[in-house]
Structure formats: structure tokens, C-alpha cells
Design a binder for this molecule. Structure first.
Ligand SMILES: *[C@@H]1O[C@H](CO)[C@@H](O)[C@H](O)[C@H]1NC(C)=O
Ligand SMILES: *[C@@H]1O[C@H](CO)[C@@H](O)[C@H](O)[C@H]1NC(C)=O
Ligand SMILES: *[C@@H]1O[C@H](CO)[C@@H](O)[C@H](O)[C@H]1NC(C)=O
Length: 354
């Protein structure tokens, strides 16, 4: 039997990387148009990828150098680009499925060519577009005195590994998105991009709560599984939730198939959506183990959710008089979503002082 060495298991690492490389090579060659390998554009492209790859290898980024050599299309598909290369140790033992590996590499490539000097000129909090669909990376720290910079709270350890007319390469200490194998195995899209909008201050604040609830994923799951009105409602009040609950790291969502028709600006919509969310993750089993009559805190301070135990005619658990019809429909380490028969009835807010 093959046995693993006592130190990092090189055999396994090598195997994982070869599978990934093979996949990337196959998937990219299938999508690229047949092209004359001797056309002037192709020659420059090949020379450029070779030059970048050599520079990476010289700086000790062997894995990234190999990936770039095998699949330059992934990194150099934009007219201008900046590649944030991940150090060997941080990438070689990650056992990501190939599609996720590709997404991760695209997320490490910005579509702007930014040498270190240009990066330092950007205000803290600015976002940079990447090749990974609409997901941005953010400049979370700029220190002009030390000429140092952090992207998504990861230090740029090797500035200007390569500087070209259209491409810059910098080395980073860690991947710019968490690579929790647990999340990967559960099939979640784990590229957790910072939230970028005009309020750049918000970016670093949101990033600071490292264990962010995966809200965008929750909204997508709901909307693609028939809970469209609630998904829209949640999406429209999300900014407020992020602002009021900064440290929130897990939630339970009770998703109704529809919502009373409310306009998006209505305070009642905010109240209604928040009433369906608990600031902790409780699976069906955990809920069922609570004594009937237990009141749970919701995201509305003056409204509690009452656990009423199983009904006499079925095994379903009842919350606020409404049956849970689909238990733990979707869940991750940070959230669980239960489908409920209809929306909870929400009392008007207590009178606000005039
Ligand atoms: C690649 O490097 C060589 C030698 O340094 C240089 O002459 C050439 O112009 C470079 N090519 C590209 C496309 O950067
Ligand atoms: C690439 O960068 C150059 C110089 O910075 C700029 O003139 C050009 O418009 C850029 N191309 C694209 C497609 O963004
Ligand atoms: C990679 O290996 C190192 C050392 O063996 C370990 O500390 C680290 O947690 C591993 N990383 C992953 C993503 O498994």
C-alpha cells in the first residue's frame, strides 16, 4: 500500500494538482477557437505567457507558474490584467474541484493592469474588477509610508513580480477568498467577494466580520427554488440587516412561499422579512428539541418567534402558528433555511413617539 510520508503528503498533492492541471488544459482547449499557432498575435501571446511564467518561477511561485504555462487563457484573456499569484504552500494542498480552481484563478486576475505604484494611488476601499463574473476584489489597506497594500485583507508580499505593457503580477500570502474544504464539499460557491458599492467605507467594515453569513447565496437559493417574493424582499432589506447586525455569523431563515404585497420602501416589509430570520442557526432537530412555548429572538427586537411543537395531526413543527413544511431545505455551516406554509403575521410596530 502506498503510505503517506510523515510530512506533507507530496504524492497526494502532486496527484491533486495533476488532476486540476489536466482538467484545466482540457476545458480551455475545448473552448478556445482553433488558431494558427504561428499567427503574430499567437506568437506574442505565447511569448508573454512564457515570460510571466518564468518570472513567477524565479520568485518561487512554482504552482502558479505551472498553471499559467498550461492554461495561459485563464489569466490572459483580458487585454489588460493584474495577476495576484498565490504562494505555493497556500495552494498546493488545496483539494478544490477543478471548476472551483478555475473560478478561483479567475478571481485572482483583475482586468486592469496595475503595477504596484498604481495600486498605491488607489484610495483604500476601492474595488477592482476580476475575470470571475461580476465579483470584485477590494483594496482593504494602503500604507503609503511602507508602500504596502492589502487586497481582501491579504498582504501583497511580492510586489511587481512581473511588469509588462499589458500585464502586472504581484504575489500574495494567501488566497483572496476562503478555501474552506467543508464549504466546498457542501457544494457552496465559496468565492466570497467583498461587497463593493459607492460607500467604500462599508467595504472594509463588512470584510472585518470574517464570518459573514452568505447572504447573496441565500438570496440566490431562495429565488431559484420558488421563494421569489421572499428573496426579493430579503434582497431589498439586506443593506439594513448588514448595517444593524455587523457581527452576525449564523442565521435561521423561515421562508414563506409568498409575502403580503408590500412596497419595497415600506417599514412593514423590513419588519416582515426580519421577523422571519433568527440570529442563530437552528436545525429542525434543534428546534424540535425545544420545549413548546419557547420564545426565540428574531431580527426584530420586539418580536419573538414562538416554537409550538408538533401538531397533533402531523409531525410538523409549528412556529408562530405556521407549520414548517420543508425542514432544513438548504443549509451550510452558517445558515439553515426552513420552508414554511405561509408568512408569519406581523403586528404593526409599537407606536413611535411623535
Ligand atoms: C519576453 O522576454 C524577452 C526577453 O526578456 C523579451 O525580448 C520579449 O520582448 C518579451 N516578450 C513579451 C511579449 O513580453
Ligand atoms: C489597456 O490599458 C491601456 C493603457 O493603460 C489603455 O490605453 C487601454 O484602453 C486598455 N485596454 C482596455 C481594453 O481596457
Ligand atoms: C496545507 O498544509 C499545511 C501544512 O501541512 C497546513 O498547515 C494547512 O492547513 C494546509 N492547508 C489546507 C488548505 O489544507
Amino acid at each position: 500500500m502506498a503510505s503517506c510520508c510523515t510530512r506533507p503528503c507530496h504524492g497526494l498533492v502532486y496527484f491533486t494538482m495533476s488532476v486540476v492541471l489536466a482538467f484545466i488544459a482540457i476545458s480551455t482547449s475545448m473552448h478556445s477557437k482553433p488558431e494558427d499557432p504561428m499567427s503574430p498575435g499567437k506568437v506574442v501571446f505565447n511569448e508573454l505567457s512564457l515570460n510571466v511564467s518564468k518570472a513567477l518561477r524565479r520568485a518561487g511561485f512554482n504552482v502558479m507558474a505551472t498553471l499559467l504555462q498550461v492554461s495561459p487563457e485563464i489569466f490572459l484573456s483580458s487585454p489588460n490584467s493584474t495577476i495576484f499569484a498565490i504562494q505555493d504552500l497556500a495552494i498546493s494542498n488545496s483539494s478544490l474541484p477543478p471548476w472551483l480552481m478555475k473560478a478561483l484563478l479567475q478571481y485572482h486576475t483583475s482586468t486592469l493592469n496595475l503595477p504596484m505604484d498604481d495600486l498605491l494611488k488607489k484610495p483604500q476601499g476601492s474595488c477592482l474588477p476580476t475575470l470571475h463574473r461580476e465579483k470584485n476584489i477590494a483594496i482593504t489597506k494602503v500604507n503609503l509610508v511602507e508602500k504596502s497594500i492589502e487586497i481582501n485583507q491579504v498582504a501583497v508580499s511580492h510586489p511587481n513580480v512581473f511588469l509588462g505593457e499589458t500585464v502586472s503580477v504581484h504575489g500574495v500570502l494567501e488566497p483572496l477568498s476562503s478555501l474552506d474544504p467543508q464549504d466546498v464539499h457542501q457544494g457552496w460557491n465559496i468565492i466570497q467577494a467583498p461587497i463593493c458599492n459607492s460607500m467604500s467605507v462599508l467595504v472594509s467594515e463588512v470584510l472585518e466580520s470574517k464570518n459573514m453569513v452568505e447572504w447573496s447565496w441565500i438570496v440566490r437559493l431562495l429565488s431559484s427554488n420558488g421563494f421569489v417574493p421572499f428573496a426579493i424582499g430579503l434582497n431589498s432589506v439586506l443593506d439594513g440587516i448588514l448595517e444593524d447586525y455587523r457581527g452576525l455569523d449564523s442565521v435561521t431563515v423561515f421562508a414563506p412561499p409568498s409575502l403580503p404585497s408590500l412596497t419595497s420602501a415600506s417599514p412593514l416589509l423590513k419588519r416582515t422579512v426580519r421577523f422571519h430570520i433568527l440570529p442563530q442557526r437552528l436545525t429542525h432537530q434543534e428546534l424540535a428539541s425545544l420545549p413548546s412555548g419557547t420564545f426565540l429572538t428574531t431580527l426584530v427586537p420586539d418580536l419573538h418567534a414562538e416554537v409550538q411543537g408538533a401538531t397533533s395531526f402531523g409531525q410538523q413543527l409549528v412556529i408562530n402558528g405556521v407549520e414548517i413544511v420543508a425542514t432544513d431545505m438548504f443549509s451550510s455551516k452558517k445558515f439553515t433555511i426552513h420552508g414554511i406554509l405561509r408568512a408569519f403575521e406581523v403586528a404593526e410596530p409599537p407606536d413611535t413617539p411623535a
